[in-house]
Structures are given as structure tokens and as C-alpha cells.
Write a protein that binds this ligand. Structure first.
Ligand code: ATP
Length: 306
């Protein structure tokens, strides 16, 4: 048995003139959480849908749980859990009814009460799907993907549009699924989500994987100690910040300035003096540790954040 739940080699897919997936390769170890993170249109959904058998690749190799795809898709499907978009849930059904509908598709489904309690929805069995909050609907969608007790779970943007509390609940759920021994493949365009959840993350941009490792390794490789971030008005020339000392690197994206420094005190003093001298306002100032967001910025010169 391979140590990898999924191995993808040189996957390609174009739609007419648009190359959505441009020769990507990656592997996911069994029992881990792997995250494909990237901006809108980077190719995340296309990659996931090819592996799920919903789209045909132009070329490439896929092995899922030691089976070749798409040729062994029917057998592989028994061991895959695929989360549907919440918009495709049947809103007029009760939670218990939709769970039993999905259970009826399999020979040996997980008991309904066990499924609902695994996503903390036991008390909602008699409620209509339409009456659930966004976070509860998302957790129901995850429960439905777990109905066949799959070995690998596919989650496409599982927290898109959720408020912070609901996102944290979904994160806890994803971690508990991993602790039950399953492999999780998820896509997101939230860098903090990828950083928090994944054992390994692959950053995808324009259909290519531009970085792949454990999040802490990617951040450590940046070799940056502290981040000072702020925004400036339309009338400020960003070049003025290149005069600052005690700054290791500067990234300027639009009106947003990101400074990396080993000496936060000296850097701040210099920055405040410069701001006073030039009469400029420094807005929305934040101090933080380097993150995956900085890895993306370093690699692409763009920020992923919304
Ligand atoms: P998002 O986060 O917005 O869902 P994504 O990273 O999942 O983005 P994809 O949906 O895989 O990206 O899209 C990758 C590229 O392929 C985009 O340029 C998109 O416009 C294009 N694309 C996706 N599906 C189709 C399609 N059915 N026909 C034509 N082009 C498509």
C-alpha cells in the first residue's frame, strides 16, 4: 500500500484558449490535510473536479488510493467523499431526511445519528435545511460527504462566505476528520485557513504550483523576522519608504506597504520620523509575524487577501 492517498503527475487542462491547469504535480500522504491555495481563477476547482472524475484532463496521471484514475473511478468513488456546494442542498427537506436520502445511495452507510453528531447537528434533524445558518449548512454538506465513511474527503472552499465563528467551527470539524484517520484535500483562497489547517500546502497561481511544503517551512524559508504593514493615501509616492534604514525588504502593492525588519523598534522610529518629516498619514497599521500571505507576496508581487 502506498504511503500516499493521492499522487498527481503533470496534470493539464485547457478550456479553449485558457490554460486552467498547467502541468501540476503533487502527492498527499495518507491521514494528512493537504490544501491547494490560490487566488480566484488559479485552477483549484478544475484540479479538484478532475480528480473527482467530474472533468476529463487533457493529460496527466492520477493515482488515488492505489487506483488509476479515471479508469478505476467507479471503485475509487466508494472511498471518496465529495462535499457538494450548499446551494445544491435540497432546502425543502429536513436535515434528517436529506441525510437518509444520501444514506440510501450506499450499501453500508454511517448511521444517521452518528453522522449528525460528528458535525454537531444532532439537535437539528427535524429542521428544514433552509432554516440552518450558513455554517450549519456547510457542516451538513460535510456530513453528507462522510456518509459512505470515505478514506479521502474533498472539500472545495469549505468556508467561503462564512463568518469567523462559523469558519472556526468548520476548521475544528476538518481537524476532527483528520484525527479519525482520514485524508483531507481542500481548496481555499484564504491563506490563514491554509496555514492553520494543513500539514502541507501547495500554492497555485495561473494553473501552476509555485510553492509546496509544510506552511511553517514555507514561512521559515522567507527568513523574515517581523512585519509592519500599513496603507498610504493616493498622494504619497511609495518610493519614499526606500529611504528607511533597519528594513530588510519592502513590498508595495497599490496603496499597501509591507516592511520586513529584524529590529521593529528602530524601524518604527525611522518610519514615524519619515512620516512626520513628509507630513504623511500611515493608516491601518499592523504588526505581525510573517505568514503564508508574505510567501505569496514574495513569489508573485501580489497580495491574495480580499
Ligand atoms: P475560484 O476560486 O474562483 O473558484 P479556481 O482557482 O477554482 O477559482 P478554476 O475555477 O479552476 O479556478 O478556473 C481556472 C481557470 O479556468 C479560470 O480562468 C476560469 O475562468 C477557467 N474556467 C474554469 N471553468 C471553465 C469552463 N467550464 N469553461 C471555460 N473556462 C473555465
Amino acid at each position: 500500500m502506498s504511503e500516499y492517498a493521492l499522487v498527481v503527475k503533470n496534470l493539464r487542462k485547457s478550456y479553449g484558449g485558457v490554460t486552467a491547469v498547467d502541468g501540476i504535480s503533487f502527492a498527499i500522504r495518507r491521514g494528512t490535510i493537504f490544501c491547494l491555495v490560490g487566488p480566484n481563477g488559479a485552477g483549484k476547482t478544475t484540479t479538484m473536479e478532475i480528480i473527482e472524475g467530474l472533468k476529463a484532463p487533457d493529460s496527466g496521471e492520477i493515482r488515488l488510493l492505489d487506483m488509476a484514475l479515471p479508469s478505476e473511478l467507479a471503485r475509487a468513488k466508494q472511498l471518496m467523499g465529495i462535499q457538494l456546494q450548499t446551494t445544491s442542498l435540497f432546502e425543502r427537506l429536513k436535515v434528517g431526511e436529506i441525510v437518509n436520502l444520501f444514506r440510501s445511495f450506499y450499501d453500508r452507510p454511517v448511521p444517521a445519528n452518528q453522522l449528525l453528531s460528528s458535525v454537531s447537528l444532532d439537535s437539528k434533524a427535524n429542521q428544514m435545511v433552509a432554516e440552518l445558518s450558513g455554517g450549519q449548512q456547510q457542516r451538513l454538506a460535510v456530513a453528507l460527504a462522510l456518509v459512505n465513511d470515505p478514506e479521502i474527503l474533498f472539500l472545495d472552499e469549505p468556508t467561503a462566505g462564512l463568518d469567523p465563528q462559523a469558519r472556526h467551527e468548520v476548521w475544528r470539524l476538518v481537524q476532527s476528520i483528520k484525527h479519525n484517520g482520514k485524508t483531507v484535500f481542500l481548496t481555499t483562497h484564504y491563506m490563514d485557513e491554509a496555514e492553520r489547517l494543513s500539514d502541507e500546502v501547495a500554492i497555485i497561481d495561473h494553473g501552476k504550483i509555485i510553492a509546496h511544503d509544510a506552511p511553517r517551512n514555507l514561512v521559515a524559508r522567507l527568513n523574515k523576522a517581523n512585519v509592519i504593514e500599513f496603507s498610504i493615501g493616493e498622494d504619497v509616492a511609495p518610493e519614499c519608504f526606500s529611504r528607511l534604514r533597519d528594513v530588510e525588504a519592502i513590498n508595495i502593492v497599490g496603496r499597501n506597504v509591507v516592511l520586513y525588519t529584524a529590529d521593529i523598534k528602530a524601524c518604527m522610529l525611522g518610519l514615524l520620523n519619515l512620516a512626520r518629516e513628509l507630513g504623511i498619514d500611515l493608516m491601518d497599521m499592523q504588526f505581525r509575524n510573517p505568514s503564508l500571505e508574505d510567501v505569496f507576496l514574495e513569489l508573485t508581487g501580489r497580495m491574495l487577501r480580499d
